[in-house]
Design a protein around this ligand. Structure first.
Ligand code: 3H9
Length: 698
């Protein structure tokens, strides 16, 4: 008997206990352990019913993702589940925590399922670029019907116990959270009531009722928009349909297996699983001990009640942390608070908050006009506009009023954290907390360590990110840090491509075709064209050689983006849809004339290479300089901060897939043809190519 799965008997119940921390994933030891425990239960004449229950925080959370890509060791999961189902003694699954993927499939192979009130179930394989490959696509629709099964399997969303009972996925939500005791009691009830073996694979009424239904075609139509660029949701739909069209359960299983294998071999699966593990890995910061103490954050101050500051404040109120929001003028403060209220009320209108919760959250955010109100807060986040002199004067004031040990953070997206820290006598308490707009929505928190930032301040920031449900990535200090430093390179290249002859919409389409939710220029319109303009102006003032751009002209004409209804695109009242504008084409043509540029045809391939490879080259420099510790830190920054398609795994993972030799060749080519520092090949990229290695090997 394996150590991770044990068999014991309590009266007439043969109890199979899985204990394989952290999440009881179905690794080989668990699969073979369950197989032999089931056999033991069969052989045990005194066991009238079998119960599968898990130790620790959750029921089985799925197949063991770490085993993917390795040679399969018997028993395969679908066979094991068929074996459980074929047992002639009733088998009960008692669910707590989350029964996910292969875990839910094991439960569906059991004859009865009970769940504690807090439990959740789901088939999230689609989020890993897969489909449920152990009977989930065949058994679930036999319980729920096509529509619900399609919804659950193509979104991967979890369903709470009570709803799972309504849908017929679980038979009963038990009275308490004591999963073992409740499972035993239910199993004994099965014996007492003489409940029969009931195999989901043999249920057919839902299948009969929906045979030939139009639901699949309608569903595929809907997916075209919702699942743009993704393969797995469509294959999931095909697999569920097979439950309805196959001659037998076994045939349906065969089809599920074929589709599962196709997805297993796809780049999207590789990208999404890289993203899954990277998201977890970023929280383990090299050189920052796991037991680094953290500071207690019970209250927060935010400076600036604009879009950014307001969004930042909401993050804390959402998790019950009181916030003081500071503005210089009462009018701006009132406006900021009103926008926050409106945001919450809009969420309530969509049914995602009650009005009571809106009031509760609003009561946690109090406005102030005085820095003295920050005397007792544990953390202050400055979110005013990007000017070093303003930031330094704010940090000087904070140094004067904040209590010792308070963390002083800046939401700067580009500026030097060390210089900001130099305005205080406590640089060890200063850190960058770079939120992404809209700050209450975007999941990334880029945490910028200064030269003197204390370890406990870094650890506190990482922990705080989790508390406010963000993914924190700890990065080093340089202009633009990781995310914007790469973005600025892409932005400059995109502008040059338009100088040379591309249209903004052509550039944007290449990026959206790659899977970005919006292109470079549509994103610029959203963020505000004045931001890039003022950064370029600052750099020009600092003596840097920043070439003139047609985008400077847009800014100078007051075309600042969505907020002025016109930027690189124009916008119609009440709509965020970018519409190409002939006036901008004229402005670009004018600019080319002034600069003596003859427009040429620019291919989509050149756009792709120049926009993306320039980022990869910069990413390699960022790694070389130690600004990012690992390539996965860059990947997560881009997935959660800039909408890089998770199914491509992030820019550095994507580059590995393309081939670093191919990228280096192109970088050298553009270095010759286009020139500029951004195309100087990164020494790290050259080294990796010379050694035949990838970023993932570092
Ligand atoms: C599948 O089932 C395919 C089948 O249909 C067909 C097969 C033939 N495997 O997220 P956390 C690790 S596909 C291996 O921080 P939480 C995770 O990496 C699978 N490891 O905790 C982390 O490790 P570390 C379908 C796994 O409480 C640790 O557990 N299932 C797996 O915030 C804790 O994770 C899924 O897609 C796994 N399956 O959330 C479920 N899952 O400590 C994926 C987790 O070393 N998992 N780990 O960093 C989840 O959604 C969340 O982990 C869960 C817990 C909700 C379970």
């Amino acid at each position: 008997m394996s150590e991770v799965v044990t068999y014991s008997r309590e009266q007439s119940v043969g109890v199979i206990t899985v204990n394989y921390p952290p999440v009881n994933a179905l690794g080989h030891a668990v699969r073979s352990g369950i197989q032999s425990a089931i056999q033991q239960g069969r052989d045990d004449a005194d066991a009238k019913v079998l119960l599968i229950v898990c130790e620790g925080r959750t029921f089985i959370a799925g197949a063991d993702i770490r085993e993917f890509g390795k040679p399969l060791q018997e028993p395969a999961l679908p066979d094991l589940i068929n074996d459980i189902e074929a047992t002639d003694k009733p088998v009960v699954a008692a669910i707590h925590g989350t029964a996910l993927g292969g875990g839910l499939e094991v439960a569906l192979g059991c004859h009865y399922r009970v769940a504690v009130p807090s439990a959740k179930v789901g088939l999230p394989e689609v989020k890993l670029g897969l489909l449920p490959g152990a009977g989930g696509t065949q058994r679930l629709p036999r319980l729920t019907g096509a529509q619900k099964a399609l919804e659950m399997i193509t979104t991967g969303d979890f369903v709470a116990a009570a709803r799972a009972a309504e849908l017929g996925i679980v038979d009963e939500v038990v009275g308490s959270e004591d999963v073992r005791a409740e499972g035993l009691a239910y199993a004994q009830k099965v014996v007492a009531e003489g409940k029969p073996v009931r195999r989901v694979s043999e249920l057919s009424d839902k299948l009969e009722a929906e045979k030939g239904s139009a639901v699949f075609e309608q569903f595929r139509e809907g997916l075209k928009k919702k699942a743009r660029g993704l393969i797995a949701p469509f294959k999931c739909t095909d697999a569920v349909e097979a439950a309805f069209t196959s001659a037998s359960f076994a045939d349906g299983m065969k089809r599920e297996r074929e589709l599962f294998s196709e997805l297993m071999a796809s780049d999207q699966r590789a990208g999404l699983i890289h993203a899954f593990f990277s998201e977890r890995e970023v929280s383990k910061v090299p050189g920052l001990a796991k037991d680094t103490p953290v500071r207690d954050i019970k209250s927060v101050g935010v400076i600036g009640a604009g879009t950014m500051g307001g969004g930042i404040a909401m993050n804390f109120a959402n998790v019950g942390i009181p916030v003081r929001l500071l503005e210089v003028k009462q009018e701006a403060l009132d406006k900021g608070l009103a926008i926050i209220r409106k945001n919450y009320e809009n969420t309530a209108k969509k049914g995602r908050l009650t009005m009571e919760q809106v009031e509760e959250r609003m009561s946690l955010i109090t406005g102030t006009l005085s820095y003295n109100d920050f005397a007792d807060v544990d953390l202050v986040i400055e979110a005013v506009f990007e000017r070093m002199d303003v930031k330094k004067s704010i940090f000087g004031q904070l140094d004067g009023v904040c209590k010792p040990g308070a963390i002083l953070a800046s939401n700067t997206s580009t500026l030097d954290i060390d210089e900001i820290a130099s305005a205080t006598k406590r640089p060890e308490d200063v850190i960058g907390l770079h939120f992404f707009s809209p700050a209450n929505v975007m999941k990334l928190l880029e945490i910028v360590r200064g030269e003197k930032t204390a370890d406990d301040v870094k650890a506190t920031a990482m922990q705080l990110a989790k508390r406010i449900k963000k993914v924190g990535v700890l990065v080093g200090n340089c202009h633009g840090f990781v995310g914007n430093r790469m973005l600025h390179k892409r932005g400059a290249e995109a502008m040059s491509l338009v100088d040379e002859g591309a249209t903004p919409q052509q550039v944007d389409k290449v990026l959206t075709d790659l899977g970005f939710p919006m292109g470079q220029f549509a994103m610029g319109d959203l963020a505000g064209i004045d931001i890039g303009y003022s950064i370029r102006q600052e750099r020009r003032k600092a003596g840097e050689d920043v070439a003139p751009s047609w985008m400077d002209k847009l800014a100078e004409q007051g075309r600042l983006g969505q907020k002025t209804m016109a930027g690189t695109y124009r916008y119609e009242e009440g709509s965020r849809k970018p519409i190409p504008d002939p006036a901008v084409d004229e402005l670009i043509a004018e600019f080319r004339k002034e600069q003596g540029i003859t427009a040429r045809e620019v291919t989509d391939q050149e756009i792709l290479e120049r926009c993306m490879y320039v980022m990869v080259n910069e990413g390699a420099k960022i790694l070389d300089e130690g600004i990012a510790y690992r390539s996965l830190d860059i990947d997560i920054t881009w997935i959660y901060g800039y909408g890089f398609p998770a199914y491509r795994g992030g820019p550095m993972f994507w580059a590995d897939q393309i081939g670093l030799d191919k990228i280096l060749d192109a970088v050298k080519k553009y270095h010759n043809e286009v020139g500029g520092k951004q195309w100087e090949p990164s020494p790290l990229l050259e080294k990796l190519v010379a050694e035949g290695k990838k970023f993932g090997d570092l």
